[in-house]
Design a protein around this ligand. Structure first.
Ligand code: G16
Ligand code: MG
Length: 543
């Protein structure tokens, strides 16, 4: 036996190859196994990585590179997963119920959506599929709209082009949470063989767009319409839907970044198709400036996130941080809601400013773990939820997930009414800062190739937490040990560290708060200096 290729690994690969219903991926794994048997350098390690799975349900379902083996996204994995989901649904009394399936336009998405639809149809479920690659919020909407017991969206959202994924919704319309994920993983594990999972055509194609767009058009978005919008779909699936949603609400002066409007699985103009990444919105901001727009909107590729860009005080353009957008729309919805007992929510890694706004408005406020699967379950009476990663839900009444399309429409309404008053989104943020203190946030993330590095760093921080960051003494709270989240707090400072559940990254979320006592500029300077010093220390800690 060649070095590094154990008999267990070899036999596991043989078994997987024999059980892979897709010849392309069984051949792919066969080739790697042959290289490993032939002692080609690195081949055994490559095989071990391919076989290291299975993928697990993370922050937003399964996610991984499109490739052969249990540690990738492929037809065999989707078949097994969906067979497990079918068994789990049946065990919960949902046999024969409606399941809706949607997809984005990534490599593999169509084949994976078809495999999922055929497995569920053969298992006796009434499967409905969306007609073409569409935004994730349309799938989330469809679950409730069609009275489904579950929904599946094939998407890897903002991940690199090589990835794909599987978002799973239960009958509440929200993405699954524990214990469902563990139960489903056990059901998947119990599936004896992918090749013998029955598949049958016959899903019904349904189109939720008209109903969804009517709901979005009915969201409160003020009466002002004089606004020019520049928007991008970042090569994802949001362009047509966001254009239709804006038009339905009366916003027709919309300029799309042409080079990024058609779905393109290779995401050719960006290195990472994530509006959080520096550079991803360069073309958008250039277009906003060129057409002299009033608002810039970037959707992530599955259009469930929405980033806003605004003209800065120097006449240039800049993107707002997720926390700025969240606070802007949150304060707007708190002041316009007709609910008598509203609840707003954000996550423990987002700015705490929304809590201050809620307190001032006499509204309830909740914080949850990262992910919209938690936020939509924050409690009764939810009117608004957001997270720093550019996720916003302005419409929990009909989408139990983040919805970049609906957020863009509400943001357009707000920007138009501010423009009519001669104010800007930055003016509103300034007013909020003066009242509640400057809340600056930032994120440091470390991309790892070896996931073990992440675990070691977390364990190291737990064992030997820093006593000060950026010169500020801090204490460690091991917040919810099960959730693997560390929080460090000091005077005017909060740092939360956690592993990403969608990408091989460790993320540190920084917040620096400074009351405004001696002018806004001075408070901003103090908060920014503290943030920069903390950022440098965190960078050193994670390197
Ligand atoms: O991929 P999307 O747009 O669905 O976004 C997903 O990933 C984001 C980042 O998660 P993590 O920090 O664990 O990587 C989460 O904030 C979000 O709730 C989740 O739906
Ligand atoms: Mg997304």
């Amino acid at each position: 036996m060649p070095k590094n290729l154990t008999t267990e690994l070899r036999d596991a690969a043989y078994r997987w190859i024999a059980d892979d219903p897709d010849h392309a991926t069984s051949d792919e794994l066969q080739r790697i196994l042959a290289c490993a048997l032939g002692q080609e350098p690195g081949a055994a390690e490559e095989l071990a990585d391919r076989m290291a799975g299975p993928l697990e349900f993370g922050t937003a379902g399964l996610r991984g590179p499109v490739r052969a083996g249990p540690n990738g996204m492929n037809v065999a994995v989707v078949t097994r997963t969906t067979a497990g989901v079918a068994d789990w649904l049946a065990a919960h009394g949902h046999a024969g119920g409606v399941v809706v399936i949607g997809r984005d336009a990534r490599h593999g998405s169509e084949a994976f959506a078809t495999a999922a639809a055929e497995v569920l149809t053969a298992a006796g479920f009434a499967v409905k599929t969306l007609p073409e690659p569409l935004p994730t919020p349309l799938l989330a909407y469809s679950v409730k709209h069609y009275g489904a017991v579950a929904g599946i969206q094939i998407t890897a959202s903002h991940n690199p082009p090589a990835d794909n994924g599987y978002k799973l919704y239960d009958g509440t319309g929200g993405q699954i949470v524990p214990p469902s994920d563990g139960e489903i993983e056990r059901a998947i594990h119990a599936v004896p063989a992918a090749v013998s999972v029955p598949r049958a055509p016959g899903a019904e194609v349904v189109d939720p767009r008209a109903a969804y767009l009517a709901e979005v058009a009915a969201l409160p978005h003020g009466s002002a319409r004089e606004i020019r919008i520049a928007a991008t779909a970042l090569h994802g699936v949001g362009a047509e839907t966001v254009r239709a949603a804006l038009a339905g609400a009366g916003f027709t002066d919309v300029h799309l970044v042409a080079a990024q409007s058609e779905p393109d699985a290779d995401f050719p103009t960006v290195s990472f198709p994530n509006p959080e990444e520096p550079g991803a919105t360069d073309l958008l901001l250039a277009l906003a400036s060129e057409v002299d727009a009033d608002l810039a909107v970037a959707l992530d590729p599955d259009a469930d996130r929405c980033a806003l860009g605004v003209r800065d005080r120097e006449g240039g353009w800049r993107m707002l941080r997720g926390d700025e957008t969240g606070v802007l729309l949150g304060s707007h919805l708190l002041s316009t809601t007709d609910s008598t007992d509203p609840l707003v929510a954000t996550t423990i890694v987002s700015s705490s400013l929304l809590g201050e706004l809620a307190k001032a408005a006499g509204a309830r406020y909740a914080e949850t773990l990262t992910g919209f699967k938690w936020l939509v379950r924050a409690g009764e009476g939810l009117v608004f939820a957001y997270e720093e990663a550019l996720g916003l839900c302005v419409n929990p009444g009909f989408v139990r997930d983040k919805d970049g399309i609906a957020a863009a429409v509400v943001a357009a309404g707000l920007a138009a009414s501010l423009k009519a008053e001669g104010r800007s989104p930055l003016d509103v943020l300034d007013e909020i800062a003066v009242r509640h203190g400057v809340h600056l946030t930032d994120q440091v993330s470390l991309r790892v190739t070896d996931l073990a590095v992440r675990g070691k760093l977390m364990a190291g921080l737990r064992a030997q937490p820093p006593s000060a960051l950026g010169g500020v003494p801090v204490t460690l709270e091991d917040l919810l040990p099960d959730a693997d989240v560390l929080r460090l707090r000091g005077e005017g400072l909060r740092v939360v560290i956690r592993p990403s559940g969608t990408e091989p990254k460790l993320k540190a979320y920084l917040q620096s708060v400074q009351p405004v006592t001696d002018g806004l500029a001075a408070a901003r300077e103090t908060a920014a200096a503290r943030l920069a010093a903390v950022r440098a220390d965190i960078n050193a800690l994670l390197s």
